[in-house]
Structures are given as structure tokens and as C-alpha cells.
Design a protein around this ligand. Structure first.
Ligand SMILES: C[S@@+](CC[C@H](N)C(=O)[O-])C[C@H]1O[C@@H](n2cnc3c(N)ncnc32)[C@H](O)[C@@H]1O
Length: 288
């Protein structure tokens, strides 16, 4: 029996929710970490937590194997608030991968720290009023420079959106927002407005016609349409449209080709603030 801190003695914070998941559903989040935060993955001193892995831990297993290509010593911990799902996950455990019962107050070993937390399709099932407390609890054991990836996707993981939170100077700040379509199989007829179905709640409140979210999608849609003349396939259209969105409409984004080519529209702090109404304390802005 493991001696766990916090979570073993205190009641896990949170509630059991639907456990829907699927193979490769969160692939884009692994690719994002491996490309955008490769140095942190390589040098991770803490564990990587997959919070709320669902009915079976396929996404957690996939994360271990994908990120271990960069860091063979990386340890991944799947955390679930549904005890039965922890029991059911145990056959999937392997060296470097374990499953623990717990909640937002993570069930960690004494002295154990956390470098990355992924909470996908978890917070969306909570009231907005519970989110700040959940994030504060998660931030506690994060290492300096540690990241939280919190997001939502459609059932197969074709369209993902996620908030990025970074711990810096001991405090957690929301530093960016990523929209990530799976480019393989994406049609050039794609309409970026399909992302509205997987937006975090804090954006939905700003999604009225003519509002900031509506204007953003109108600009992305127009950019996409214009880019269709410039590239033969969805990958090329995605890249050209992203650059047009930044240069033509002023939406600052991370222009690194390695991200754009893989389908990551990483919006900078200022765009995020205007879309979600959230005031940010800091954040990368690699626009120009
Ligand atoms: C919809 S599933 C998401 C599965 C997987 N992350 C995915 O996106 O495919 C949400 C899971 O989060 C779990 N969950 C909800 N709140 C939690 C909490 N506070 N701590 C740990 N797990 C939680 C639920 O029990 C459920 O199994």
C-alpha cells in the first residue's frame, strides 16, 4: 500500500462524472507537449498527471509511451475519483505508469512533485464556480515552470481546445489558449466555427452574435476561405489561414512552423483575454 500525502487522508475534491474516452482522443495534447514544451518534457523532475482518465486509461497509457520518446525516465500517474475506474485500470499499470484514487487535491507520495497535469473533459462537467478552487488545488504540487493543460474535445478527438496554465513565481497564470484540429482527414471545406461546440465555458459567455468570440471565428473563417486558394490540402490551408488571422486581423499567435504544421493555433495572452474576458498576468506572445 502506497503512503500517499493529502489525498489518502483527506477526501478527494470533486465528483464522479461520465467516463467517456477513446483511443487517440487526446493525441494532440501529447504532440503539443512534445513539440511546444520539449525541453520541459526532457527535463521533467516531477510526474505527469492525467487527471480524470475515464472509464479505461487508454489516454494515460498513450501519453506515457509518446512522452517517453523524449524522456525515457518520465513517470505518469493516472488519477480518478471513481474507485472502480482505478481498480479497472490496474491491469494497465507498467513501469513508470500507475493509477491512484483521488481528486483535485492530488494523491501524491511524500515529497512527490508534478511537472504536467492534463485535465481533459473534466472541468467542463463542473459549475464555473468550482473551477478556481480546482485549479488552486492542482497548482499546489506543481513545480516551478509546471503546466496544466485543461480542455475539451469532441468524442473522437477530432477537434480539441485547451487552456494553458503556467506556474511561475509560485503563482498560476493562464498563459494561452490552443485550438487544435486533427489535420489528418480534415477537409478543405472545414469551417473553424465547428470549434464552438468544444469551447470552454468561459468563452461561451462571450459568444453572443457580434461579440469577441463571434468576431474571432468570422475572421478565422474568412482567413480559411482566402487560404484555400493558396494551398492544396487542409494542412496547408490551416497554416496559411493562421498567418492571415495574425497578419490581417491582429490575432497574436505562436507562429512556429512546427506547431502550425501539426494543427496548433496557439493564441497569445492578449487574444485569450479578449475572447474570454479573463485578465492575464503574464504570457508568451510570439506574434511578430
Ligand atoms: C469524460 S471523462 C474524460 C476521460 C479522458 N480524460 C478523456 O478526455 O478522454 C471524465 C473523468 O473525470 C473524472 N473526474 C471528474 N472529476 C474528477 C476529479 N476531481 N478528480 C479526478 N477525476 C475526476 C470522472 O470520474 C470521469 O471518469
Amino acid at each position: 500500500m502506497l503512503a500517499l500525502s493529502g489525498g489518502s487522508k483527506s477526501k478527494p475534491i470533486g465528483q464522479v462524472t461520465r467516463g467517456k474516452t477513446a483511443p487517440n482522443r487526446l493525441r494532440q495534447t501529447d504532440v503539443y507537449l512534445a513539440v511546444a514544451h520539449a525541453a520541459q518534457v526532457r527535463g521533467a523532475t516531477g510526474v505527469c498527471v492525467d487527471l480524470g482518465y475515464g472509464a479505461y486509461p487508454v489516454t494515460t497509457v498513450e501519453t506515457l509511451h509518446r512522452l517517453r520518446r523524449l524522456n525515457p525516465g518520465l513517470r505518469v500517474v493516472g488519477v480518478e475519483i471513481d474507485r472502480q475506474r482505478v481498480t479497472d485500470a490496474e491491469p494497465y499499470a507498467e513501469p513508470g505508469l500507475e493509477f491512484r484514487f483521488g481528486g483535485f487535491n492530488l494523491p501524491l507520495l511524500p515529497g512527490e512533485r508534478v511537472s504536467f497535469i492534463r485535465a481533459f473533459n473534466v472541468l467542463r462537467q463542473y459549475d464555473e464556480s468550482a473551477v478556481a478552487e480546482a485549479l488552486a488545488a492542482l497548482a499546489g504540487p506543481l513545480t516551478e515552470g509546471g503546466l496544466i493543460i485543461e480542455g475539451t474535445c469532441d468524442p473522437p478527438g477530432r477537434l480539441l481546445t485547451f487552456n494553458l496554465f503556467l506556474k511561475q513565481g509560485g503563482a498560476l497564470s493562464r498563459t494561452g489558449f490552443v485550438l487544435a484540429p486533427r489535420l489528418s482527414g480534415l477537409s478543405v471545406d472545414f469551417d473553424p466555427r465547428e470549434f464552438r461546440a468544444v469551447l470552454p465555458k468561459n468563452f461561451i459567455h462571450h459568444a453572443e452574435p457580434g461579440g469577441a468570440v463571434d468576431c474571432f471565428f468570422a475572421a478565422w473563417h474568412a482567413s480559411w476561405q482566402a487560404a484555400r486558394a493558396l494551398a492544396p490540402d487542409a494542412r496547408g490551408v490551416f497554416m496559411q489561414a493562421a498567418l492571415r488571422l495574425a497578419d490581417g486581423y491582429g490575432y497574436s499567435l505562436d507562429r512556429r512552423p512546427a506547431l502550425l504544421r501539426r494543427g496548433f493555433l496557439c493564441l497569445g495572452a492578449h487574444v485569450l483575454a479578449s475572447l474570454s474576458g479573463i485578465v492575464l498576468t503574464s504570457g508568451p506572445n510570439r506574434s511578430r
